[in-house]
Design a protein around this ligand. Structure first.
Ligand code: NAP
Length: 252
């Protein structure tokens, strides 16, 4: 890992940056000149692969293992960030999990698990980032929602509720942080080719594709490009918005 820290380089923290959409966001932000801190929960090998990709392209990456659902882990992660880097310019709250099941067949733990990572994880990270960005009077926060917040499928009550909460939280945080020069937006992907959507795509590929105007699932890079834009100065007048990246999911 490249441990030499340049003081002028902007820093972005991507939660769940070891795989899928988060990995693509990490690579995209590195290509845009950010030093990227890749957070992950378990899969060190996958996170290291993303860091290697960034470094082979001439970028800088740091890995921090932390479960974002746990406030103590998040506090330790930000303390390490303060020590090793010193500032944070962009936070992308991407880490997320699913426990799709019909409500009647579900256990309380299904809701708790999904809410712990998808909403408490976002709140835990934003709380820490907001303090630092407010002092610096600049920053960008992106949350990753889902089309399920507005157009859920069967068995998605816990996931849809967590993503709806993220969208409301994102707008409320944008109101709170705008006076400090901090922009906060959500990106809501549709069906994207990652491990998370593998079961849905395997069970009902044709049925799902029919619901997408562009007649195909998206790839993680197509989400990452939009996140990259929102993190840049090109989006300097954009805050409190939800950006759908879904190929026109369930529009007809
Ligand atoms: P994925 O392939 O399953 O990857 C999930 C990532 O999140 C991994 O890096 C994982 O780390 C990390 N993670 C999970 N729980 C964590 C926790 N408690 N603390 C820290 N890291 C954690 O998922 P994805 O498809 O890329 O999804 C990324 C985001 O997009 C999620 O918020 C998801 O809800 C949203 N989304 C996805 C789709 C889709 O079709 N794929 C559609 C709409 C929205 P490890 O590698 O260590 O396990």
């Amino acid at each position: 890992m490249n441990t030499e820290v340049s003081s002028t380089m902007q820093t972005a923290l991507v939660t769940g940056g070891s795989r899928g959409i988060g990995a693509a966001i990490a690579v995209e932000l590195a290509a845009r000149g950010f030093r990227v801190v890749i957070n992950y929960r378990n899969n060190t090998e996958a996170a290291q692969t993303v860091a290697n990709t960034i470094e082979q392209a001439g970028g800088q990456a740091l890995l921090i293992k932390a479960d974002v659902s746990k406030p103590d882990d998040v506090n330790t992660m930000f303390a390490q960030l303060d020590r090793d880097v010193g500032h944070l310019d962009v936070l992308v709250c991407n880490a997320g999990v699913t426990r799709d099941t019909l409500l009647g067949a579900s256990e309380p733990d299904d809701f708790d698990t999904v809410f712990a990572t998808n909403i408490h994880g976002v709140v835990n990270c934003c709380r820490q980032a907001a303090k630092r960005m407010a002092s610096a009077r600049c920053g960008v926060i992106i949350t990753i929602s889902s089309v399920a917040a507005q157009r859920p499928g069967r068995g998605q009550s816990n996931y849809a509720a967590s993503k709806g909460a993220i969208e409301a939280f994102t707008k409320a945080l944008a109101v709170e942080l705008a006076p400090r020069g901090i922009r906060v937006n959500a990106v809501a992907p549709g069906v994207i080719l990652t491990e998370m959507s593998a079961d849905v795509r395997a069970m009902a590929a044709e049925e799902v594709t029919k619901k997408i105007l562009l007649k195909r699932p998206g790839n993680a890079q197509e989400v990452a490009k939009v996140v990259g834009f929102l993190c840049s100065d090109e989006a300097s007048y954009v805050t409190a918005q939800v950006w759908n990246v879904d190929g026109g999911f369930k529009v007809e």
